[in-house]
Design a protein around this ligand. Structure first.
Ligand code: SAH
Length: 231
């Protein structure tokens, strides 16, 4: 299976803090409104069947469900899914959380989602291209796939690892491994070989002074890619 046990353990061990906005996943909480706005600027969400691959505690899944999407979240960290299910109950949201890999869901239920999201997850798996291909298989023709990950270059190393983990300490140490970062051209190539059309890149820009975030054109560090599956 396309999974690294040490990676899952990291996310399972921290799962209790998933909804602590100042905790280990603070960056995901801060980033969430930006990515949701960006998704909604490209694709309608309300009433759509959405799959969130590597959903963790459900930060993105809940935001999309709150906007009227019919959301399924999958992850392989069971404790993260437990936290996600409990929190959805507390939020009054109906989300289907399932312990599944993207690849096995793609084999069982191909072309069954209008939107597929796979955010901050590809840099944690041994074979990210296999997850990209599964996402491509899971979306229906005409549907959208949204990825986010971290670029692989000196600036990304300096900001995403040294800066975020060691200096600012806004991300727990050991969260990311440089060798697993993914260049935009690699991600676009895997999307194309899976049958998707890469549509738009956006970069995440963090202001070092007040740590505020915005989306912009440069994809030097954290970035997003929106793809469409041709009809
Ligand atoms: N996508 C969420 C969580 C990102 S954290 C968000 O952006 O808010 C990365 C998540 O990927 C963790 O929940 C981890 O358990 C999950 N993950 C890691 N490897 C995985 C795999 N092979 N299959 C499914 N999920 C995986």
């Amino acid at each position: 299976m396309n999974v690294e046990a040490a990676e899952l353990k990291k996310f399972a061990d921290a799962a209790h803090g998933w909804w602590d906005v100042d905790g280990a996943f603070a960056t995901l909480h801060q980033l969430n409104p930006l990515r949701v706005q960006w998704i909604e600027s490209l694709a309608a969400v309300a009433g759509r069947r959405v799959l969130d691959i590597g959903c963790g505690g459900g930060i993105l899944a809940e935001a999309l469900a709150a906007r009227g999407a019919e959301v399924t979240g999958i992850d392989l960290a069971e404790r993260a899914l437990k936290v996600a299910s409990l929190h959805a109950l507390q939020s009054g949201l109906n989300i289907a959380y399932r312990l599944s890999s993207a690849e096995s869901l793609a084999a069982a239920e191909p072309a069954s989602f209008d939107l597929v999201c796979c955010m901050e997850m590809l840099e944690h798996v041994p074979h990210p291209e296999s997850v990209v291909h599964a996402a491509a298989a899971l979306v229906r023709p005409g549907g959208w796939v949204f990825f986010s990950t971290i670029n692989r270059n000196a600036k990304a190393f300096a900001l995403a690892i040294v800066g975020a983990e060691y200096l600012a300490r806004i991300v727990p140490k050991g969260t990311h491994a440089y060798a697993k970062f993914i260049r935009p051209a690699e991600l676009a190539r895997w999307a194309r070989s899976g049958g998707l059309d890469p549509f738009a890149f956006r970069g995440l820009h963090v202001n070092p002074l007040d740590r505020s975030m915005r989306l912009g054109a440069s994809v030097d560090v954290n970035y997003f890619l929106a793809c469409r599956r041709p009809t």
